[in-house]
Design a protein around this ligand. Structure first.
Ligand SMILES: C[S@@+](CC[C@H](N)C(=O)[O-])C[C@H]1O[C@@H](n2cnc3c(N)ncnc32)[C@H](O)[C@@H]1O
Length: 306
């Protein structure tokens, strides 16, 4: 049996709770902001920390499981990934999780090197990422001592700072050009104005540029909260834009339901004793279920003259 990693423990080791009363209030504000569809800024430390406790463990499970469901990803020797709207790096943690879980289980993966470049509006996530990455790497090395020896994951400490409602900068374009996989997870639903079915006009331009950079064989996956207003329309629109490039194949919009693989720890339960969400008592806990809609795009070979 492979060692289970508890991501509430990882969050605790990485950032702790600080002032638990203030953190509980920040979780209440975060949850209320999501429910009301109001704009959300991750510029302050309390909102970021609330995000880590309330959502990160469920998101890591969801992305890790989505990756595991695609064994072809593990067949090449190396994989370059760009994660758009990566925030604290849930996608990096998910790759660490799935790579070490598969190896520890004895899967004969060829994949020996994964590089993940985070891209986000807020550079302030870098500090949280550094702490989470260190704590997660430690847990993963415990799970599989061959991690870091036989195979490795590289994720730069600095994410690329970019507003994806504006034209794409050179650094993001360069990263996308080399990518085998571009992930956009829980990003489209957060672009302003939230809750609207249309993509921001600036994002339409940015995505056209992004799709034009992709190399043949590259994939893009858009994943988002299924129930959030306007999300399905935004996913469809983001996917359809890719079809302007000849040779791109898109999947149908599919849905998934993942249960968080981490059980709230004693620390988590103590924290949530202070959290009052205006729903039912049993929802005064972190998010433990992810219902997502997602779509995958694959770039075909370049056509003559392209
Ligand atoms: C809900 S978090 C998702 C984080 C991570 N992908 C996950 O699923 O756990 C959304 C992220 O999108 C980023 N974001 C929101 N608007 C953005 C924009 N216009 N450009 C780039 N990133 C943006 C936020 O800063 C935040 O980190």
């Amino acid at each position: 049996m492979t060692l289970r990693i508890n991501y509430f423990d990882v969050v605790q080791r990485a950032v702790g709770t600080g002032d638990a009363k203030r953190l509980a209030q920040a979780i209440e504000r975060l949850s209320a902001t999501f429910r009301a569809g109001r704009p959300l800024s991750y510029g302050d430390v309390e909102t970021r920390r609330a995000y880590l406790w309330h959502l990160l463990p469920a998101h890591v499970t969801d992305v890790s499981q989505l990756l595991e469901d695609h064994p072809a990803l593990f067949e090449g020797a190396a994989l370059k990934v760009v994660a758009l709207g990566a925030g604290p790096g849930s996608e990096v943690l998910a790759f660490l999780d799935v790579l070490t879980r598969r190896r520890a289980r004895g899967e004969p993966d060829r994949l020996a090197r994964v590089e993940v470049q985070r891209v986000d509006h807020f550079g302030s996530w870098d500090k949280d990422f550094a702490a989470l990455y260190a704590a997660a790497r430690e847990a993963c090395a415990e799970r599989d001592p061959a991690f870091g020896v036989d195979y490795e994951l590289e994720a730069p400490a600095s994410g690329l700072v970019a507003d994806l409602t504006l034209p794409l900068g050179v650094k993001v374009r360069d990263a996308v050009r080399e990518a085998d996989l571009v992930l956009g997870i829980n990003l489209l639903s957060e672009l302003p104005p939230r809750g609207e079915p249309e993509l921001p006009e600036g994002t339409v331009g940015a995505l056209r540029t992004l799709y034009a950079q992709l190399k043949p064989g590259a994939q893009v996956w858009w994943v988002d909260r299924e129930g959030a207003p306007g999300v399905r329309e935004r996913l469809e629109a983001a996917a359809d834009l890719a079809l302007e490039r000849p040779g791109v194949v898109r999947s149908e919009l599919r849905t998934r339901h993942t249960r968080c693989g981490s059980k709230p720890t004693r620390k988590t339960r103590t924290l949530y004793n202070r959290v009052k969400l205006p729903t039912t008592k049993d929802q005064d806990q972190p998010v433990l279920n992810c219902r997502t809609a997602w779509v995958a795009l694959t770039v075909g070979p370049r056509l003559e003259g392209e």
